[in-house]
Design a protein around this ligand. Structure first.
Ligand SMILES: [Zn+2]
Ligand SMILES: [Zn+2]
Ligand SMILES: [Zn+2]
Length: 356
């Protein structure tokens, strides 16, 4: 994630901020420019503070109504909702106590996903506006038993469903420990499910499918049987050699989605680190090649080896910092040569799609 500052006073500002903590100006994010800007009211609209930009901006309807979104719309656009919010097909029932807070958390993390997709120049449009588009259903389990049972997080035909209980830290931690996962976050879910979405768009009907299969396996394997086997028998003993997570070993689609999610973790976290000027010593002592004096543009670096080496160096530092604070490792994963090849495949596909 890029580092933002208030365009009025220059004070550091975060992606989620709606107000500058220093000068008090209203802040809004312009998705078309990937910029956070300070705003001045102007006849029911907003203009960018300290700028002669003639454009005027509108607040997203989800902000006006529910205070959950800091993205702005160009006043020339006819939509009431920003690009990220137009991806919502179903939002939780806000008459139920607590749902607004859970939903707000989901929206915050969803915008981080959309930021990455825009940054990678991947096609992203609402399913309501294009059959190739994406939609989100944010659903809650029924309070009383019903035939439909639990809401399962997943992707099907352009729709990503997320159980809003994932935004509840207590329930998420319970799930994480029950499923013996080292890492479970809302943003991780979004990144994983977007992997399924882009598999349909970038791989399924492309001539990359055969080389994809040679790395990830044959996706025609019975999916529900494969998941069932995973949950009853567990992953193969040698999974850490070949898969980024135990769950990735369940089916080639899950392997892809897990690898895709890691690719997004990597480029976005590297961007954040480099924006702060973090410089880490590489594990192999080859400090020259990894010097962060020359900032790496992780989202657009053509050489995946470079991204990967920077990432290994950063994760060692990140994990050590976390341990110093008494926390578990921030990135509890081991990336083998096989996993690196899969990540490089994601990188190549993303670059190809982003250049179209
Ligand atoms: Zn300010
Ligand atoms: Zn919005
Ligand atoms: Zn999945």
């Amino acid at each position: 994630m890029k580092l933002f500052s208030c365009t009025a006073c220059g004070h550091l500002a975060y992606f989620e901020n709606t107000r500058c903590t220093h000068c008090g100006k209203t802040l809004g994010f312009l998705p078309g420019q990937l910029r956070l800007v300070a705003l001045e009211p102007d006849n029911n609209l907003w203009r960018i503070s300290h700028s002669d930009d003639p454009r005027r901006w509108r607040t997203c309807q989800n902000q006006l109504q529910h205070n959950v979104c800091n993205w702005m719309l160009d006043s020339e656009e006819n939509d009431a909702f920003c690009l990220a919010c137009r991806l919502n097909r179903t939002i939780p029932d806000l008459s139920i106590a607590g749902n607004l807070q859970l939903w707000r958390k989901l929206e915050t993390e969803k915008r981080r996903l959309v930021y990455s997709l825009l940054r990678l120049n991947l096609k992203i449009q609402p399913l309501g506006e294009s059959p190739e588009g994406l939609a989100f259903d944010f659903l809650a389990d029924q309070p009383t038993f019903n035939e439909r049972g639990r809401v399962l997080t997943g992707h099907a035909q352009g729709v990503i469903t997320l159980n809003i209980s994932e935004a509840d830290p207590v329930l998420r931690e319970k799930m994480r420990s029950e499923m013996a996962e080292p890492y479970r976050t809302v943003l991780g879910h979004f990144r994983h499910e977007s992997g399924h979405f882009y598999w349909d768009r970038l791989i399924r009907d492309s001539n990359a499918l055969e080389s994809w299969r040679s790395l990830f396996g044959d996706e025609r394997l019975d999916y529900s049987q494969a998941l069932n086997n995973h949950y009853t028998q567990g992953p193969p003993g040698d999974w850490p050699e070949r898969f980024v997570s135990a769950y990735a070993a369940s089916h080639p689609w899950e392997d892809w989605a897990e690898t895709w999610a890691h690719f997004l973790h990597i480029v976005d976290t590297l961007e954040t680190a480099h924006q702060f000027g973090l410089r880490t010593a590489p594990p192999n002592g080859d400090e020259e090649n990894l010097s962060l004096d020359e900032p790496l543009n992780a989202y657009h670096e053509p050489d995946f080896n470079k991204v990967f080496d920077h990432w290994l160096a950063l994760t060692i530092a990140l994990n050590s910092l976390n341990r110093s604070m008494g926390h578990d490792h921030a990135y509890p994963f081991v990336l083998t040569e096989t996993i690196k090849q899969k990540l490089a495949f994601v990188h190549a596909q993303v670059r190809y799609a982003g250049s179209e």
